[in-house]
Design a protein around this ligand. Structure first.
Ligand code: NAD
Length: 311
């Protein structure tokens, strides 16, 4: 039985990855310090003998007894309200945490996949964003703590690949949504959906003309699974290229939830990207992957989760 270590296991994406690897017949070791995660996301796994959990901060030395075949490094605050509140921990987990896990991968002769992000493109001047674009990031702006941690993460991961010959994979994740997102994590979808379900005003930042491209979590997990098992070491965008303005997205959620909530506008946060859309040519060619769920199918599944969570 192959054994996989998943950091950030109690988070939104980490918990879905744990489910997927258990379903594929792996022994899964979850690790998390619960700084933004929630044990309820993986509670159902604790009874399984195929699942182990370590409550640990990966920015400190990481030790796991026994063999490990694969590591998926997903530990990191991911939403702007989180990383603005805990900027130093965010920088540490992307840098020291990644270094610790690369060291572990080398010691265990494991393959490691790191979770990077479309934020490495910053406020992009190229549209849609392909992997060869170097990005437009403000290193000292409020988002710099996250963006630069992830850019360092990519750099050190490539260095371990070229210098130590480590088997590495880098996924650049674009906005993803689905069940287990935290209701109060401040990202557009949880904010709009919770406000709509509670009958509160739906707050759109700026004039709502900025665009995003939202991918349903099951599609993302499939892309990551394929990338891990591929032999491709350079970054791969995984996301849904269907682009929408934030105002249209708020209206879509208004309609879906049948709410009486009104849309209101608030000032745009500093350095908020104006546009985001992945070019997924590489994922199509190398992984034979593209999203299967439409946004509206994904939103219906996510709505159910939010309705239950708000009961
Ligand atoms: P999340 O906050 O739900 O999950 C992150 C998990 O990491 C949490 O459980 C948290 O407690 C844990 N964690 C943070 N610092 C840690 C540390 N030092 N040691 C151990 N555990 C720690 O966020 P998410 O949306 O699931 O994001 C997971 C990963 O995917 C992150 O690396 C994020 O940068 C990346 N990503 C996510 C998205 C998205 O749309 N959700 C987009 C791009 C990249």
């Amino acid at each position: 039985m192959k054994r996989v270590l998943i950091t950030g296991a109690a988070g939104f994406l980490g918990s879905h990855l744990c489910d997927r690897f258990i379903a594929e017949g792996y022994q899964v070791v979850g690790m998390d310090n619960l700084i933004t995660g929630n044990l309820a996301n993986i509670e159902h796994l604790f009874k399984l003998k195929e699942f182990e959990f370590y409550h640990h901060d990966v920015s400190k030395f990481v030790h796991v007894p026994g063999n490990i075949d694969y590591i998926l490094h997903f530990a990191s605050p991911a939403s702007p309200i989180d990383y603005l509140k805990i900027p130093i921990q965010t920088l540490k987990v992307g840098s020291l945490g990644t270094h610790n896990l690369l060291g572990l991968a080398k010691a265990k002769k494991a393959r490691i996949l790191v979770a990077s992000t479309s934020e490495v493109y910053g406020d992009p001047l190229v549209h849609p964003q392909n992997e060869d674009y170097w990005g437009n990031v403000n290193p000292i702006g409020p988002r710099g703590v996250y963006d630069e941690a992830k850019r360092f993460q990519e750099a050190i991961t490539m260095a371990y690949h070229t210098y130590h010959g480590l088997e590495t994979r880098i996924v650049r994740i674009f906005n993803t949504f689905g069940p287990r997102m935290r209701l109060d994590d401040g990202r557009a979808l949880p904010a709009f959906m919770s406000q709509a379900l509670k009958g509160e005003d739906i707050t759109v930042f700026g004039d709502g003309s900025q665009t995003r491209s939202f991918c349903y979590v099951d599609d993302l997990v499939e892309g990551i699974y394929r990338l891990l098992l591929s032999d491709y070491a350079f970054p791969v965008n995984v996301g849904n290229p269907e682009e929408i303005t934030l105002l249209e997205f708020a209206e879509e959620i208004q309609k879906l939830t049948n709410t009486s909530s009104k849309i209101v506008f608030e000032p745009l946060p500093k350095d908020d990207p104006k546009q985001r859309k992945p070019d997924i040519t590489r994922a199509k060619e190398i992984l034979n992957w593209e999203p299967r769920f439409t946004r509206s199918e994904g939103l219906k599944k996510t709505l159910e989760y939010f309705q239950n969570a708000l009961k």
